[in-house]
Write a protein that binds this ligand. Structure first.
Ligand SMILES: Cc1ncc(COP(=O)(O)O)c(C=O)c1O
Length: 351
């Protein structure tokens, strides 16, 4: 299969690459995947129940009404947005492409604040736009020089600016003042400002700031905020994300999406996940502690490095061979913590 769309190279991502696994003769449940940043404790038990009971013989709600109400009620408690400000997508990834189609075309320019998530670039190039990338430097710990970024936006006059905050893969984070400054610079340059907050819940200790305030109609800032439900709610396999924008912008994005873009099972699952605040809080609280406690306990030796740059390692103390766990019992970090050192999984994917 070609690795390009319209001659544009596809983005390289973390997560399991099933073709790669086949070549290495590994099965998905034999690999402990550290190349993805998602809630490792898995989804709320309510999600499995909702999935089991979801109607699969009728078309889902094209408008995602109940899901959007749940997003308003549970995720947007600090802001008063109308239902029309929310657009649901088959993952935030689908919305990135919808944004690119809505705002970019040949002859237009887009600016990416990088190094960052690869889909912005591929979606923008596929829409025919020219891409300029501002690159934060490794020598500076990838901290952004906001003055240099705003100068770049003023100089380049892009139609659209992509910011990932917190940023994947550098893990850097911009606070309110910096995001506002970028939003205002974009406004003056006539650019749409997109803030991807796919990882907003993974800033520890928790940060109160979110760019959703930019979307408030009274802010009059030309902005779109992207959120994903696949990471904090651990629904990667179901694919769910949403965009927040003023209702007119939201309408433009909706026009770029096919009908029924969010399937019925995903809608039911997401509503169930959103309502279980206890599961969300307890698991994320543990995420804030685990990086320090788990990493030293994983003693690994490099095993295979693949063409894509991903690494599979096998735990050193591999005392037990078991690979027949297709139902994901081992997908929770509870079992990861207990068993990674025992070799219950045979490989770790590191990047
Ligand atoms: C920064 C960022 N935005 C968006 C996405 C896509 O998220 P989703 O799974 O909701 O499509 C990812 C996935 O890794 C990501 O890293």
């Amino acid at each position: 299969m070609s690795n390009s769309t319209h001659g544009v190279e596809r983005a390289v991502h973390g997560a399991l690459d099933y073709g790669e696994l086949e070549r290495l003769n590994l099965r998905p449940w034999e690999v402990l995947d550290f190349s993805v940043n998602a809630n490792p404790y898995g989804p709320s038990p309510r999600v499995r129940e909702a999935v089991a009971n979801a109607a699969i013989d009728r078309y889902p709600d094209r408008e995602c009404l109940e899901l959007r109400r749940a997003i308003l009620d549970y995720e947007l408690t600090t802001i008063d947005l109308p239902l029309g400000s929310i657009v649901c997508g088959n993952g935030a990834a689908e919305l990135i492409w919808a944004i690119a189609r809505a705002y970019l075309k040949p002859g237009l320019k887009t600016a990416i604040i990088g190094p960052t998530f690869g889909e912005y670039r591929v979606a923008s190039l596929t829409a025919g736009a020219t891409v300029v990338e501002f690159q934060a430097q490794a020598t500076e710990g990838f901290q952004l020089d906001i003055a240099a970024v705003t100068a770049c936006i003023r100089r380049e006059q892009p139609s659209l600016v992509w910011l990932c905050n917190p940023n994947n893969p550098t893990g850097t984070w911009l606070g309110r003042q910096d995001v506002l400054e970028l939003a205002e610079t974009c406004q003056r340059a006539g650019a749409m400002f997109v803030v991807d907050e796919a990882y907003w819940r993974f800033v520890f200790p928790y940060e109160a700031y979110s760019a959703i305030e930019l979307v408030d109609t009274t802010a009059r800032l030309h902005s779109i905020v992207l959120r994903s439900l696949t990471k904090d709610f651990a629904l990667a396999g179901l694919r769910l994300g949403y965009a927040l924008a003023t209702p007119d912008v939201a309408e433009l994005l909706r026009a770029q999406l096919p009908a029924w873009n969010v399937n019925g099972i995903a809608q039911e699952a997401a509503i169930a996940a959103l309502t279980d605040r206890t599961h969300l809080k307890t698991t994320l609280d543990r995420c804030g502690i685990v990086p320090h406690s788990v990493s030293p306990s994983l003693s690994v030796s490099p095993r295979a490095r693949c063409a894509t740059g991903s690494s599979y390692c096998s735990p050193c103390r591999r005392s037990y061979e078991s690979s027949e766990d297709p139902h994901g019992a081992r997908n929770s970090l509870d079992s990861r913590e207990e068993h990674a050192g025992d070799g219950l999984v045979s490989h770790l994917r590191a990047g």
